[in-house]
Design a protein around this ligand. Structure first.
Ligand SMILES: *Cc1c(COP(=O)(O)O)cnc(C)c1O
Length: 466
């Protein structure tokens, strides 16, 4: 399988999976997409019904890795990774209301759906780097969830070091401890004296420092990495096949931030899974729902909400859908994205918007509505949902149609957001056993001022010590 950029101006040969795994973003600023979509017949999908999750993941992801990762190696990685999940079914379905299902994606080590892809990404990085005799240093900034998922995925790997910057004193205690209690030798946690935006700016500055970038073999695992999208596709097949697919249509509702998870659902549909509707759920940061309602894609300032993983100004993976809806016209896609960056307003051609509307619905819930939904699902079905999951379920409830199962992505464990759960239901969600001692675990963290030189020095010192 080869890949091309959504902005399509790269002169080099179309890269393979291993290249795009390590590089993440295309050199022209675009996002990588498969050169051609794999297409699956109903007969193949029916056979997939019988596969355990890890093997279904191997089949699906193998379509995108091509020859870059040998099939037996990929299968071993999938079995290892999904074998450690706390639920034997890996991503179980729970019927919350008549015809409304929660697809639970939070049974991985850090209790959020990011583990579904990130865990596998760690193994893939190690495999590809070892094959090439290379080392890499992953650097990222986090306001909470992505950082701990990345640390859990990359801890202890031989050919990769991982450095995560977080704003000192500005994450919840659970979030901080989930990061700083990872004390493997290849891990460096830096508490930066400053806010999340400063952390992000520092990471960007390190990537822009060409000499430093080469010196430490800098790499990123943010949500625009195609490998992450690929690893999120299998659970959509799995859920639909469990409820009668491909001989029956289903719909999906996804609490959406960067548009990665719902793009994976769209990809499954593009590959031949009969999916009727894809429903985007937002919080008050509702750029996507405004777009779907009125073709108005305009940036606003981010407002903090009870569902912080959906607090976004723009949804970076939306560019991939736009590229598809423009019939893969990279020049047009590039022009539209550049104008969006410059003006804060995206002019999506009417026919492309209409084509999205044929499949996508969107709706937004503010914090009060989110708490209300959490209370309702608990009162009526004894289902305890975190704020993100509650938005997914409420979105699904809004667009449910008779006779068509509505499957909502349940993206975080309620114990990850105890304050909101308490506020909505009066209940105290408990951490699962493997995290029960989180508050007594030793922490390791380096504190640095928010200056580029200080951070780069800390990274160098860490790499030389390791
Ligand atoms: C990341 C995240 C989301 C949003 O997913 P996207 O792929 O960015 O749309 C939703 N819920 C939770 C709990 C998350 O961690």
């Amino acid at each position: 399988m080869h890949y091309r950029s959504t902005r399509g101006t790269e002169l080099s040969d179309s890269p393979g999976f291993a290249d795009i795994l390590l590089s993440g973003l295309a050199g022209d600023g675009g996002l990588y997409m498969p050169e051609a979509w794999p297409e699956l017949s109903p007969a193949v999908l029916r056979e997939w019904r019988a596969l355990p999750y890890a093997d279904l993941a191997t089949e699906t992801i193998g379509l995108f890795t091509g020859d870059d990762i040998a099939r037996p190696a990929l299968q071993e990685m999938c079995r290892d990774v999904y074998g450690t999940f706390r639920h034997q079914a890996v991503a179980p379905l729970c019927e919350v209301e008549d015809g409304l299902f929660a697809l639970e994606l939070f049974h991985g080590p850090t209790l959020a759906f990011k583990d579904m892809a990130m865990q596998l990404l760690g193994r893939m990085f190690q495999h590809v780097l070892q094959q090439r005799g290379q080392r890499a240093t992953i650097i990222g900034a986090t306001s909470g969830d992505t950082g701990s998922a990345a640390l859990e995925a990359f801890r202890g790997l031989e050919n990769v070091s991982i450095v995560i910057l977080h704003p000192e004193g500005r994450t919840s205690e659970v979030q901080r401890r989930q990061m700083t209690s990872v004390t493997d030798g290849n891990v460096l946690n830096i508490a930066v004296e400053g806010d999340f935006d400063l952390c992000q700016d520092l990471v960007k500055a390190m990537f822009a420092d060409e000499a430093f970038r080469r010196e430490v073999g800098l790499s990123a695992v943010n949500s625009i990495n195609w490998a992450r999208i690929a690893a999120q596709i299998p659970y959509y097949f799995r859920a639909a096949l469990a409820l009668g697919g491909p001989d029956r249509e289903v719909s999906f509702a996804v609490p959406t931030g960067n548009f990665g998870n719902i793009l994976a659902a769209w990809s499954a549909r593009r590959m031949g899974l009969p999916v009727r509707r894809l429903c985007v759920g937002s919080n008050q940061n509702d750029i996507l729902t405004r777009f779907l309602l009125n073709n108005d894609m305009s940036m606003r300032n981010v407002e903090p909400s009870l569902s912080p993983s959906m607090d976004i100004q723009v949804s970076s993976n939306f560019e991939r859908l736009l590229f598809e809806m423009l019939d893969r016209d990279a020049a047009r896609c590039s022009a539209i994205m550049k104008e969006f960056r410059a003006t804060g307003h995206m002019a999506v051609p009417h026919d492309a918007w209409q084509a999205m509307r044929d499949v996508f619905e969107g709706t937004a819930f503010d914090d009060a509505q989110t708490l209300e939904a959490m209370k309702t699902f608990h009162d009526q079905s004894r289902y305890l949902a975190d704020p993100h999951t509650a938005i997914g379920l409420a979105t699904g409830a809004r667009f449910r149609e008779a006779g068509i199962p509505m499957i909502a992505a349940a993206t975080a464990h309620p114990a990850k957001f105890p304050d909101a759960v308490r506020q909505a239901t009066g209940l105290e969600p408990s951490l699962p056993p493997h995290l029960a001692d989180l508050f007594s675990r030793p922490e390791r963290c380096t504190r640095r001022p928010g200056e580029l030189a200080a951070i780069e020095e800390a990274v160098r010192a860490h790499l030389h010590r390791a």
